[in-house]
Design a binder for this molecule. Structure first.
Ligand code: HEC
Length: 158
């Protein structure tokens, strides 16, 4: 029976196939979504995600520098020169040619990469090289090293 009120007809059309599939798809996606965020089903946990992110942040936030941030920086080199004169020259000589301490202009037996040189200064070396970690701190060690490296590279400027 078909009713007719003011020309508004109610008809019983079949649901279009596309709409039907979309509906089923949404339902399946919903089940999948709920399951994948249910700890008992998938093992997912808010805590785990949080811990992973914190670990990642920590790894990024505290980089161990392996290269001198002040390399070729004239201001830092000037500061490093002053630091060298008061902390290093007594042993390594005014011209870095050595004395009690090793010659710093030639081959460095403990390594010539930035991180090795930093380590020599920060931690000290067994045959009489003191540790400067406490006294200077990381930043000034890099500066004094920038000076030492500028002399190694270009020779000493007046
Ligand atoms: C008390 C004397 C003394 C002072 C002060 C000193 N050094 Fe040394 N340094 C030495 C001696 C001795 C060695 C050699 C250590 C060894 O052979 O184990 C050395 C080694 C080094 C090395 C490693 C050399 C190599 O062959 O690998 C570097 C780099 C260095 N010193 C830089 C510095 C800097 C920069 C300063 C100033 C912040 C400084 N030193 C202050 C005595 C000193």
């Amino acid at each position: 029976m078909q009713e007719n009120y003011d020309d508004i007809k109610e008809q019983h059309n079949k649901l279009p196939l596309g709409m039907f599939l979309f509906f089923i798809g949404m339902a399946l996606w919903g089940i999948y979504y709920i399951a994948s965020y249910t700890p008992a089903v998938s093992g997912w946990s808010q805590r785990k995600v949080y811990d992973e992110q914190v670990a990642k942040e920590k790894a990024v936030a505290k980089p161990v520098l392996t290269e001198n941030p002040y390399e070729h920086d004239p201001k830092a080199i000037a500061e490093g020169k002053v630091l060298y004169a008061s902390n290093c020259s007594a042993c390594h000589g005014e011209h870095l040619k050595g004395g009690v301490g090793a010659d710093l202009t030639g081959h460095l037996k403990y390594g010539e990469t930035d991180d090795k040189k930093f380590e020599s200064i920060a931690k000290g070396r067994p045959n009489g090289m003191p540790s400067f970690e406490q006294q200077l701190g990381r930043d000034r060690i890099w500066k004094v090293l920038a000076y030492v490296d500028s002399v190694r590279e270009y020779g000493q400027k007046p």
